[in-house]
Design a protein around this ligand. Sequence first.
Ligand code: PGA
Length: 252
Amino acid sequence: MKKAKKIVVGNWKMNPETLEEAKKIASDIKKGLRNIKKTKIILCPPSIYLTSLSGYVSTNLLLGSQNVFSENVGSFTGEVSPLQFSNLKTSFVLVGHSERRALGESDEIVARKVRMIIAEGMTAILCVGEKDRDHHGDYLGIIREQIISGLKDISKKSLERVVIAYEPVWAIGGRKAMEPREIHEMYIYIKKVLREIYGLPSDSIIILYGGAVDINNAQDIVKNGFVQGLLIGRESLNAKNFVEIVKQIETL
Ligand code: PGA
């Protein structure tokens, strides 16, 4: 099986405040990453900026949405359908981010969104992660359940259109990322769950880490956590640091 490219995803959340700032960040990232060949960069701005940022898309710099609705047709005030995103230059969609699960997104809705995203030819970045850790290891069961339910009815073939982002909720927005050694353990565990569902170990499924990634820990996390990339929140709005992180990952 061919070696997967590394992926670095920037989750801008509800930032920046203006389209001008969004364009500036995207443009600085694009300029800074001109020589990047092996790493795929996915920027996930607020969806209202997606159309305006489509001009920055290139082979390695792609756009993603932070969310999507689970239906393509119907009267759903305020929602944006998977079909509408795929008609823009949106190739990835984050789904099941803990901040959305906290707003009430159930495993069932997450699963439906994953199916719809794949059906529209986009790639789902399925976010999983425990709220906190317990000494009995119950958190492992939570991750397992999130993966199994999130990938319900997804065929082995469709896994090409799925990326798993492991994000321990307690690390998101915090100061300290998880230790690379522990990230590696979770990486092995997630692979084990995938093997359980799909039979064979699937090297084609990419696993990312997210939660308090910054310019000082990014390289260590990818190198010693053995993940294929990162999902970055705050630091992805700092174009200079984001570019530097991607350059570091490119050398691995
Ligand atoms: P953070 O956010 O990098 O700011 O911790 C990560 C995320 O929410 O995906």
